[in-house]
Design a protein around this ligand. Sequence first.
Ligand SMILES: [Zn+2]
Length: 265
Amino acid sequence: MGETGVCLRFDEELRFFLAPRNRGAGVRVPLDGTSTIGHLVESLGVPLTEVGSLSCAGQAVPASRRPQAGDVVDVRPVNRPQRLPISPPRFLLDVHLGALARRLRLVGVDCAYSNDAADDELIALANTANRVLLTQDRGLLRRRSLRLGGHVRGGMPDQQLLDVLQRYAPPLAPWTICPACNGRLATVRKADVEHALQLGTRRTYDAFKLCPDCGQVYWRGAHSRRLDGIVSAAAAAVGSAGAGQVSSRSIAMPGVTPSSTLGLA
Ligand SMILES: [Zn+2]
């Protein structure tokens, strides 16, 4: 191919998107006269939502540029933390990321989720609500109509949570959002929720929060140590990402953590 093609050099961080045979130092592709650099990058499996910059001979080039024979293009990932046009970041999670949605809400990140939205619906929802669509579906990220999207790395929800926090470094406010429905939790008096509690809970706990949207009551329950662990790991991840901040007032709020009804598994 030599001078008749173009060579794409992907940063190591992006190579897991490539077919195994393409994970070397550079990928040579033929020129067809019409494809842009963006098309070539995506055709090799890397969504442009994951690309931070493209450069050719040290000069930044747009994804819309048509490459010349012999060009060598460097493809770099998005910076971490990534700057977004919305602050604080808000997300919409695709149907396969329900466990991640509950974790993000637990640490106070605004996170819409529905378990039965079709792809077109997800894109329309993300665009109209000005949310970043998080998914592991590269096809979804390649859709032209999608304004803001991000690929989530990791097979397990805890890994996915750290990936999202390190990428976007959102401000954290643990125990302020309902993990079940994304509503804003309100502190309530025990007397106001007592009627909804089992006898054992009523005897054991005194501090409660209520989701006004779905009616769920939260208290420090049997799983609180595990939830505390998730929050601590989240705070560390955002801290190491450099731009986020944790509301210490929220973290130090005494005695109130969601109950064992969270279903975080
Ligand atoms: Zn709720």
